[in-house]
Write a protein that binds this ligand. Sequence first.
Ligand SMILES: Cc1cc2nc3c(=O)[nH]c(=O)nc-3n(C[C@H](O)[C@H](O)[C@H](O)COP(=O)(O)O)c2cc1C
Length: 447
Amino acid sequence: MSGNLFGNAYQVMTFGESHGKYIGLVIDGLKPGLEISLDEIQQELNRRRPGQSSVTTPRQEKDRIEVVSGILEGKTTGTPICMLIANEDQRPGDYEKLKNILRPGHASYTFLKKYGIFDFRGGGRASGRETATRVAAGALAKQLLEQREIKIFAYTRAIGGIEISEVDPSFIEKNPLRTADPEAAGKMLAAIESAKNEGDSLGGIIEVVVQNCPPGLGEPVFHKLEADLAAALMSIGAVKGFEIGSGFKAAQMKGSEQNDPFYYDRAHQRFRTKTNNAGGTLGGISNGEDLVMRIAVKPPSSIAKKIETVDRDGNPVVFGTGGRHDPCICPRIVPVAEAMVALVLLDHLLLQDRISKENNLDELRRKMDTIDQQILLLLAQRFDYIGKIAEEKKRMGLDVSDHNREKTVKKNWTASTKTLDLDPEMSKNLVDLILKHSKKKQQEVLQ
Ligand SMILES: Cc1cc2nc3c(=O)[nH]c(=O)nc-3n(C[C@H](O)[C@H](O)[C@H](O)COP(=O)(O)O)c2cc1C
């Protein structure tokens, strides 16, 4: 099975199945010496962990992270970072009776067609459990992004058609739905409970916001920032839609409404846009405004309500799901979405660092070339004066050589060499050379 590797500069490979012994990940591409807090990684895993409330699956997993390699005394060593998370609360028996059923909304049929074999124990690789590894890699990425003041947060915007009407960021982690509007939270909870009582489930919309994203991230053609963000977010199970900025509403707007006018923010010495319909990118490259994305999450497919389907031999079956499942997975997808966005941003940031370094070198060389031109220009002016001095000496009947004057020039030169902290040998060679050629020029004029 390929396609388990994510990213170009910050590379993450995940492995493991829902009901195997472990799930895990390997991260490659980080330089040594970066400070990493394992506590913060654990906190992010705790946010995604099942069994947190009545709206999430009662499966009990501690999701304890075990670092196998690549981090020593809180710092990256520059070698691959391997982390493991044990699957402790496995009950493959829950899935035994589903072994031969083609479960609607699940990946069993397509896995079977593709591989000829399917790990029926809770979805195998297609299980939401796999996303714990993404959260671990994302939590590490988030720390490195935060060290550069880049902040990512997500929240539930809608559940079962109930949409929030205000955004209170301080409320997000205080409610089991991770929504941002206390009033909508109550209605959403009631809707989930009611769907659950009917043996059903609900979907929703999650919004992800990135603050302080620097301008310049994203490659202009096949790795546009929004294209990579869309791919990353759409790779999460149950995500069925992606939009950025005004998204699908842009199709109904006029150009004059959709365009975001620029202005210069003198206080922060940067260009900004008055509105943010673009959602933080232009031409696939971040423009420095907040990145604002939304994803549509479908209602979980595992429901107690009886539904008709067929088994592997095509015989009709009516079944309702046993096992342990979430009536709404939006609150658990919130940290996963943040993690996927963190992976994309760190990947692009590390790529951009490489480009910036190249740009920096070019820029420094350009500045040096300008200085060289200025040195030559000043030399030409100096030799003009030498010519004029020689004319004066000729008129006054003076010699070319003037030892006292030569001593004064050298003395001034040495004093400036010390003040400017220049190499004395280089300085002496230069003054000797200039004086030698000055004398030569004066002699030419006097002859
Ligand atoms: C964190 C997380 C938890 C999930 N929990 C469940 C669940 O309890 N029940 C379910 O039917 N699907 C759940 N899913 C969704 C399935 O993994 C997904 O719908 C399935 O693999 C089919 O893939 P698709 O919906 O992307 O086509 C979960 C997904 C994530 C990311």
